[in-house]
Design a protein around this ligand. Structure first.
Ligand SMILES: [Zn+2]
Length: 231
């Protein structure tokens, strides 16, 4: 399956595209994102491999799905193997949520000068508005791997957990104001999975561990009732 188009939603500071590739022509829109944190290569390597295997027809999408893949939301961070963007902003603390705060305890989580200040997140907001996803999968990595579900998507989180063996949790263990999970999941009730892959796991193991759960998530709402969207 070839991508049916590329849509550029913005540019990084270094001039790299922040874009999605679109696969399939179905009605159920799914957004797959990697590389929000540039030092979490486990996620963007998986997303890029997912695209390459789709293109080689080694994996298939359900006919009813249209999949939008943004493998690297933070291309500058990915290139530099750095969590934050070029302005040292943690993009997953910069989304314009109701609980956004300028306070931070650790520079790793610098939320930026104001909510939604970063070009990467402006691109992400445009992406969500244009693709109107029914489900969002954002691939991260963490030393405590888990399926973090946001919004009324505990059933999806648990189903993924059965595939990948990681715990499904509605709470990552500390507050994440300005996160995509809060913005899309809790505030808009778009089922949003922040998949925390085990940090440092080799790409082949990541692939074999997570392919089943990601495929399940992509097709999940073809067979289950979508929670009612807010906003
Ligand atoms: Zn992360």
């Amino acid at each position: 399956m070839k991508p049916l188009g590329q849509r550029v939603f913005g540019k990084s500071h270094a001039g790299l595209d922040i874009s999605t590739n679109r696969y399939g022509t179905g009605q159920l829109s799914v957004l797959l994102i990697g590389g929000v944190h540039g030092d979490e290569s486990e996620g963007y390597i998986f997303a890029e491999r997912f695209e390459s295997e789709l293109q080689k027809d080694k994996i298939k999408l359900p006919d009813e799905v249209v999949l939008h893949v943004c493998a690297r939301l933070n291309p500058d961070g990915c290139k530099a193997n750095r969590r934050t963007n070029h302005r040292n902003v943690d993009l997953n603390r910069n989304m314009p949520t109701k609980d956004w705060t300028g306070e931070f305890t650790n520079v790793r989580y610098y939320p930026g000068p104001h909510a939604g200040s970063e070009s990467e997140n402006q691109a992400l907001l445009a992406m969500i508005q244009e693709t109107r996803p029914s489900v969002i999968l954002s691939l991260h990595s963490y030393e405590n791997p888990m399926v973090n579900f946001n919004g009324e998507s505990e059933d999806l989180g648990k189903a993924m957990s059965e595939k990948n063996g990681l715990p499904a949790k509605g709470d990552i263990g500390y507050p994440t104001p300005g996160s995509l999970g809060t913005y899309a999941g809790w505030e808009r009730n778009i089922p949003t999975i922040t998949l925390e892959i085990l940090r440092g796991q080799d790409p082949d193991t990541v692939w074999s561990t997570h392919l089943g759960g990601v495929e399940l998530a992509i097709g999940y709402y073809l067979h289950h009732k979508l929670p009612r969207r807010k906003g």
